[in-house]
Design a protein around this ligand. Structure first.
Ligand code: KG4
Ligand code: ZN
Length: 355
């Protein structure tokens, strides 16, 4: 196996994106994504069984498309990589099964990796296909999507990642989706709220900041909670409606978004300051949020923290980040996984690779 610039195909199926990516070392060759998002729209959120079925249908074509785009034949690959967890169990199983079958059929080494650390690994890649670079460490990483909200302290991408905190109820993206629904906006809610908030006043309504009071901070300094916020928005809208008054959608959207962004950025910047880490890396689909990018940039600049935001195509779930993390593991001398691993929906972040 080429350990200097390994050619790796990565498979990602932890949620609703079937991602297949190919990298050569730190260079991105292809990033193919098929999403089943439209199929979940009428349910207002990802339905695990629907996602798993869609992965099954999308997998073959996605692998073929990724190979074609990268102009690579299966025989040339140095290794196959796959997300083992965390994520939706049924969805993960499709990727794990496909990766094992592909690796065994080709006689290639297989690397089972952690989805969350994969989001951090995305930072080695240049989305336009230019030469990448190792992730600068130490760094704090804030990962926010429809499925997770996690704050990590990364001392070494391939050997030392610590979970500082995570959501104790809804993920941030999930909160956007639920509040969009309350406001009568379609799924996925994030982009809709962003659009609706554009003309609104972020200070119109003071919505609660979850786990931010001194008594909560003692135990949950780096944890998040968004279900109280969602309920507060629902109650506010309900009271307005019951009183026969119009609901100022723009102000509610802007104020809700401000509350989410405020908590995310405050906790991430605090982690940087507490740990003496001068770097913050963002990842996950919620990073598309215009206000989140703005507030993160402002507060990081004020605190002397270097902010890194990979291209959005690498922030949302994708197979290239899984390939990139495996390539880093290979370059660092890590041995392949055995075929004993399975899908692990609650894989801890400390398990960067599952042996
Ligand atoms: O990473 P991602 O594509 O994958 C899943 O978690 O499935 O993230 C999707 C999530 C959804 O909850 C969506 O509402 C949210 O990211 N999202 C946003 C924005 N764009 C997408 N949230 C806030 N603002 C946005 N502009
Ligand atoms: Zn993700």
């Amino acid at each position: 196996m080429n350990r200097t610039e390994p050619l790796v195909l990565g498979i990602e199926t932890s949620c609703d994106e079937t991602g297949v990516g190919i990298v050569r070392g730190t260079r991105l060759l292809s990033n193919t994504i098929a999403s089943s998002m439209d199929e979940h729209a009428r349910y207002g959120g990802v339905v695990p069984e629907v996602a798993a079925r869609a992965h099954l249908e999308a997998m073959g074509p996605a692998i073929e498309a990724a190979l074609a785009e990268a102009s690579v034949t299966p025989a040339e690959l140095d290794a196959i990589a796959v997300t083992s967890g965390p994520g939706l169990a049924g969805a993960l199983m499709v990727g794990v099964g496909a990766a094992k079958a592909f690796a065994v059929a080709l006689g290639k080494p297989l690397y089972a990796v952690n989805h969350l650390v994969g989001h951090v690994g995305a930072d080695v890649l240049d989305a336009t296909g230019g030469p990448g670079h190792p992730v600068e460490v130490p760094t704090i990483a804030l990962l926010v999507s429809g499925g997770h909200t996690s704050l990590l302290h990364v001392r070494d991408l391939t050997s030392d990642v610590e979970l500082l905190g995570e959501t104790i109820d809804d993920a941030a993206g999930e909160a956007f989706d639920k509040v969009a629904r309350i406001l009568g906006l379609p799924y996925p809610g994030g982009p809709q709220i962003d659009r609706a908030a554009a003309g609104g006043d972020p200070n119109a309504i003071r919505f609660p900041r979850g786990l931010s009071l001194p008594k909560d901070l003692a135990k949950h300094r780096y944890d998040f909670s968004f279900s109280g916020l969602k309920t507060a928005v629902a109650r506010w809208v309900e009271q307005r409606t019951d009183a026969g008054e119009p609901v100022p959608t723009a102000d509610v959207a802007a104020s809700f978004r401000e509350a989410v962004v405020d908590v995310l950025v405050t906790k991430a910047v605090n982690a940087c300051l507490d740990r003496g880490v001068p770097r913050l890396l963002l990842g996950g689909g919620v990073i598309a949020n215009a206000r989140l990018r703005e507030v993160a940039a402002e507060r990081c600049a004020a605190a002397g923290i270097a902010l890194r935001i990979p291209a959005l195509s690498l922030c949302t779930d994708n197979g290239a980040m899984i390939a990139a993390l495996a390539a880093q593991l290979i370059m660092a001398g890590h041995e392949p996984s055995t075929l004993d691993f399975g899908a692990d929906s609650t894989l801890p972040v400390t398990d960067i690779q599952v042996r």
